[in-house]
Design a protein around this ligand. Structure first.
Ligand SMILES: [Zn+2]
Length: 366
């Protein structure tokens, strides 16, 4: 996938292309801005372009180097979080890798073993940053440039000061053949010492039309591409990574329940499903059902109040939503939205699913 196939943010892509053409050594780059706006995808295209065997300022997608990056097995494109180096003495399961000895040594001396550091998902640990720094001074194995991807970079913050200081020097003066690419949704949370060493490129939200076109380019069916593009609201990364078959199936179930509750027919089926029956739902499942319910409520309100269909959360359900909206008065719709919002709040405050469901059901039918 060349730069052009990542939707939106054409200015940023042009800056990168121009730098590649002029063979400028780029400083360490920090991609930030709207979450999911193609930062990771652009970083991977840049990694490909740096090492492409056919093109200078883009990725050709067909050479062995581009294909290896796409397949996630190019030896010079390194996801720093995947390097060994979790804290904790019992976590060095990666016995067959080249960093293992060093890691065990580090584990004895560094900030390892802290239960707080042990299980934070996505954190960049000091050992990983040190491994990356060491690797950065070794020449690339097969490519022109070794790329280090740090996503999400905000995890190099405060509490892991030693990871940060290990990072500073290499971010400031990487060798010509190393390129660091950092991604974060929250540059404000990065230490100023990191910010000042990187060139920041801020991504804007990607328009629904651009996302739909990109999805079609990747083989998605036209109608479905349009629906997904409107559901993700600018989050291209989500458009690529969500399991959409499961999403549409789950949403269909939620929509059937929602209507059943409101029509007074079979609404108790919903309560049974959520609270016990044969297989009770988990908190996460309950939360995702409530998220669907929230989207239905918002759509009903928009259709009921304005009759307009642009900006619906569920554009493909428009006909069914309209039918229901016509049968509800606006106060009732507002009441439904409030009922779902307070059920979400209760779930977040750790209320049990059974109680939350009963209250929600009573409020939606009442
Ligand atoms: Zn190529």
């Amino acid at each position: 996938m060349s730069f052009d196939r990542v939707p939106g943010n054409s200015q940023i892509k042009e800056i990168l292309r121009a730098a590649l053409r002029r063979k400028h050594v780029l400083p360490s780059l920090l991609f930030c801005g709207v979450e999911g706006a193609g930062q990771r995808e652009t970083a991977l295209e840049l990694a490909k372009a740096f090492n492409c065997l056919n093109l200078e300022d883009d990725a050709c997608d067909v050479c062995s180097s581009c294909k290896a990056v796409d397949a996630g097995n190019h030896p010079d494109v390194i996801d720093v979080k995947r390097l060994p180096g979790k804290p904790g003495k019992n976590e060095s399961d990666d016995n067959d890798d080249e960093f293992n000895e060093e890691q065990q040594e580090d584990d004895k001396t560094s900030d390892s073993g802290s239960p707080l550091l042990r299980r934070i998902p996505g954190v960049v640990y000091v050992n990983q940053m040190r491994a990356a720094s060491d690797l950065a001074f070794k020449r690339p194995m097969i490519g022109r440039k070794r790329i280090f991807l740090i996503d999400d970079a905000m995890d190099m913050r405060g509490s892991i000061d030693s990871a940060v200081s290990a990072a500073l020097k290499i971010l400031e003066e990487p060798p010509d053949f190393a390129q660091f690419l950092l991604i974060t949704a929250n540059p404000d949370l990065l230490l100023p010492t990191i910010l000042s060493r990187c060139r920041m490129l801020t991504f804007g939200a990607v328009g629904a039309d651009d996302i739909a076109a990109a999805l079609r380019g990747r083989g998605e069916d036209e109608a479905r591409a349009a629906v997904i593009a409107s559901i993700v609201r600018g989050d291209y990364h989500r458009a690529l990574t969500e399991d959409w078959d499961a999403y549409f199936e789950n949403r269909r179930d939620a929509w059937d329940w929602y209507r059943a509750i409101l029509s007074g027919t079979n609404g108790t089926e919903f309560v049974r499903k959520l609270t016990g029956g044969r297989k009770p739902v988990s908190r996460d499942e309950a939360d995702s059902i409530l998220t669907f319910f929230r989207g239905f409520g918002r759509d009903l309100l928009v259709l009921g109040e304005t009759g307009r269909s642009d900006g619906l959360f569920n554009p493909d359900l428009e006909a069914e939503l309209r039918e229901l909206a016509a049968a509800l008065d606006p106060d009732r719709t507002l009441g439904l939205i409030r009922a779902v919002d307070s059920a979400s709040a209760a779930l977040e405050a750790n209320a049990n699913v059974r109680l939350m469901t009963s209250v929600l059901f009573a409020r939606m039918t009442g």
